[in-house]
Design a protein around this ligand. Structure first.
Ligand code: AHG
Ligand code: MN
Ligand code: MN
Length: 335
C-alpha cells in the first residue's frame, strides 16, 4: 500500500540503502535539488505579487530572452549545488559553458555532475501556466579536482538519476534513480514532498498527441503523415487522437506519463535538430520514460544512446507511450 506519509528524502534514502556500495551522497544531492525546487515553487507562486515577472532584458546562450524567474532559478540551483559539496561541475541551459567547482572546495568526494533546465516553459510564466525544472545527474569520469568537459558530455545511458518538478495546480517532483519512477506532491503546509505516485508506469498505447502543429508545413513527410494518421478516423485504433499541447515540456510530459500520450518536437526545415536540448531536456525525460515502460527517440535513434558533442546540442524528440513512439518511428523510416 502507498505510504502517503513517506517523505521524498526518506524514500530516496531507503532506495539508496538497497545499493550496498552507496555512500549516501546521491541522497544528499537529490535532497539539495528538492530543497532548491521548494524555494523556486514558492517564488513561482508569489511571482505575481512581488514584481518578479517579466524580462531581465538580456538573452541567454540560446539567444532567447531570459525571464527574471529563469535567472532566479538558475542562480539558486547553482548556489545550492555548489554549497552541497557533492558536485564537481554544474551544467545549466542558462550558462554558456559548464561551471566547474573551484579546486579549493572540490575533492574526491565531489563525485557528481548535475545538468539542469532551471525553468522549463518560461514563455508561459506570465500567463499562470504550469512550468517546471528538469535535472539529470551523472557520475564523474575524471578522478579529482574540478569537473571537466568529458565529465559533462556523457551519453544519457550514463545518468544515475533524473527528475523534474512541475509547478502547477500543485507542485510535484518525479524522479528515478534507475529503479522505477516515483512522484511526490509538495504539501506546502508542512513544506515536504510526500509520496503520491509509487512506481509510475506509462500506458503502452495512448489516445493523445502533443506537438506544436503550427510547424506542420515545415515538417518532414514522415512526421506530417504520422500526424495526419493520428487525426484520421478508425475506431479499432482509437483514432482520431486528441490533441493536448501546453507548450511547457515538463507539463506535457507529466500529463502523458500519467494518462498516456506521445509528445513530438521534431526537426523542421529551419531547425534541423529540432528545438529541445539533449542534455537538459531530452536525456532526463528519456531516462524517466524508459524507467516507466515508455520510449524516447529522435525519430531514428534512441535518445539515451546519442553521443553528445556539445552541452547545448539540440535533438528532435519523440517521447511517450511505447507503441505510439514506435509507430511514429515507422512513419519516419518509411517516408
Ligand atoms: P525553455 O522554457 O526551457 O526554453 O523550454 C521551452 C521549450 C519546452 O518547454 C516546450 O515544449 C517548447 O519549448 C515549446 O516550444 P514552441 O513554443 O516552439 O512550441
Ligand atoms: Mn526547457
Ligand atoms: Mn529553460
Amino acid at each position: 500500500m502507498l505510504n502517503k506519509f513517506q517523505t521524498l528524502y526518506r524514500h530516496i534514502i531507503e532506495e539508496e540503502r538497497k545499493i550496498p556500495e552507496a555512500t549516501g551522497q546521491l541522497s544528499d544531492l537529490l535532497g539539495d535539488i528538492a530543497l532548491a525546487c521548494k524555494v523556486i515553487s514558492l517564488e513561482v507562486n508569489r511571482a505575481g505579487l512581488i514584481d518578479i515577472l517579466g524580462m531581465t532584458g538580456t538573452q541567454n546562450v540560446q539567444g532567447e530572452e531570459v525571464k527574471k524567474l529563469d535567472d532566479y532559478a538558475n542562480t539558486l540551483l547553482t548556489r545550492i549545488m555548489r554549497l552541497g559539496g557533492h558536485t564537481c561541475a554544474i551544467c545549466s541551459e542558462e550558462e554558456e559553458s559548464f561551471v566547474p567547482i573551484d579546486e579549493k572546495y572540490c575533492d574526491f568526494s565531489h563525485k557528481y555532475i548535475v545538468h539542469f533546465d532551471p525553468l522549463d516553459g518560461s514563455s508561459n510564466i506570465d500567463a499562470n501556466i504550469s512550468i517546471g525544472t528538469i535535472f539529470s545527474i551523472y557520475r564523474r569520469v575524471s578522478t579529482k579536482g574540478p569537473g571537466t568537459i568529458e565529465d559533462c558530455l556523457q551519453t544519457g545511458l550514463k545518468q544515475v538519476a533524473a527528475g523534474y518538478v512541475v509547478y502547477g495546480s500543485s507542485t510535484i517532483m518525479v524522479y528515478t534513480a534507475g529503479k522505477g519512477v516515483h512522484g511526490f506532491t509538495l504539501d506546502p503546509s508542512v513544506g515536504e514532498f510526500l509520496l503520491s505516485y509509487g512506481n509510475m508506469t506509462i500506458p503502452k498505447k495512448s489516445k493523445t498527441y502533443s506537438t506544436n502543429e503550427g510547424n506542420y508545413s515545415k515538417w518532414s513527410e514522415g512526421v506530417k503523415k504520422y500526424i495526419d494518421y493520428l487525426k484520421s478516423k478508425d475506431s479499432k485504433t482509437d483514432r482520431p487522437y486528441s490533441s493536448r499541447y501546453v507548450g511547457s515540456l515538463v507539463a506535457d510530459f507529466h500529463r502523458n506519463l500519467l494518462y498516456g500520450g506521445i509528445f513530438l518536437y521534431p526537426a523542421d526545415e529551419k531547425n534541423k535538430n529540432g528545438k529541445l536540448r539533449l542534455m537538459y531536456e531530452a536525456n532526463p525525460l528519456a531516462m524517466i520514460v524508459e524507467q516507466a515502460g515508455g520510449r524516447a527517440s529522435s525519430g531514428t535513434k534512441r535518445i539515451l544512446e546519442i553521443a553528445p558533442e556539445s552541452l547545448h546540442q539540440r535533438t528532435p524528440l519523440i517521447i511517450g507511450s511505447e507503441e505510439d513512439v514506435l509507430m511514429a518511428e515507422k512513419f519516419i523510416k518509411d517516408n
